[in-house]
Design a protein around this ligand. Structure first.
Ligand code: SAM
Length: 292
């Protein structure tokens, strides 16, 4: 294999460098990110004090400029002026990858529209970190990020996601984790699994995998389980298409009806398959009459 040229020997070209920073453990930053932050003329960051903590930790002395959700348009214009003067600028957020549930997307779009180069530097991201330790066999995942804070809008959003044939990845804050998990358990099939990943890369990191139906009890069992920052991953729906679903439901219902009275069989089949009780009841009566 031909040797790959190291970027370290080349001077940094004028561009916007989008740099991923740690999500907790300050060691989780790439060599290239450190080299870039050392070489740029300015670091645009969500919170200058937060950024200084990271820069000081790595012995980096570089001017900073606040760029957050309330001033992103004006700050982006400032960066574009600097890029026009041939300056090299880095963009970081408080944690992880800029533009992922964080400011950055508008700046990147404006810089690109102004004709300047945008260079991404990959690194930490909470969703991908949680997925890497989830052990899910699902081929696909959908990154949802934060659900709406208002109950009605949150329930509508979860209901709309229920049939998506992929694992679902959410971000959540500690003060809302209980209600979000309660809604997920209520509105998604109970046999789906949840991975509760809290405080990733930090001292109290915890990654728990359990059936969705047991998640609320786990959170409530210990107030420590509700502390910190959360990534929640719900495994994909267990059955992937309508005919498989129907066949499996039919199989479960028939097996239960052979052993139990209709009411009990339907109750259990509802719990096992997650299918609507009324539909199962109607199907159970039809199966019974077929066998008379
Ligand atoms: N840009 C970041 C990224 O690339 O992951 C996400 C920033 S978003 C404002 C912050 C949310 O990400 C937190 O509320 C939490 O849901 C998740 N998060 C960030 N750091 C985390 C960590 N160490 N452990 C678990 N979740 C984390």
């Amino acid at each position: 294999m031909a040797p790959v040229a190291s970027s370290s020997s080349l001077p940094l070209a004028p561009a916007l460098y989008v740099v991923a920073t740690p999500i907790g453990n300050l060691g989780d930053i790439t060599l290239r990110a450190l080299e870039t932050l050392r070489s740029v003329d300015l670091v645009a960051c969500e919170d200058t004090r937060h950024a200084k903590h990271l820069l000081d930790h790595h012995g980096l002395r570089v001017p900073t400029l606040a760029l957050h959700q309330h001033n992103e348009n004006e700050a982006a214009e400032k960066l574009i002026r600097l890029l026009g003067e041939g300056k090299r600028v880095a963009l970081i957020s408080d944690a992880g990858t800029p533009g992922v549930s964080d400011p950055g997307a508008r700046t990147v779009a404006a810089v690109r529209a102004a004709g300047f180069c945008v260079v991404p530097l990959p690194g930490a991201n909470a969703a991908i970190t949680a997925l890497s330790a989830a052990g899910l066999m699902d081929d696909r995942f959908l990154f949802v990020g934060f659900l709406p804070a208002k109950v009605g809008a949150r329930k509508t959003a979860i209901t709309a996601l229920a049939a998506v044939d992929a694992a679902l990845v959410f971000y959540e804050a500690p003060h809302r984790v209980l209600e979000t998990v309660r809604d997920l358990a209520e509105l998604l099939q109970p046999q789906r699994e949840i991975i509760i990943a809290r405080e990733l890369t930090k001292l109290f990191e915890q990654i728990e995998r359990l059936p969705l139906a047991q998640a609320l009890a786990w959170l409530e069992a210990d107030t420590n389980h509700q502390r910190g920052e959360f990534v929640l991953i719900v495994s994909a729906p267990p059955l992937r298409n309508g005919s498989e679903l129907e066949a499996e439901t039919e199989r479960v219902l028939t097996a239960l009806l052979a052993e139990l009275p209709v009411k009990q069989a339907v109750k259990l089949a509802t719990e096992i398959t997650g299918q609507p009780k009324n539909a199962l009841y109607a199907r159970a009566l039809a199966l019974k009459s077929d066998n008379l």
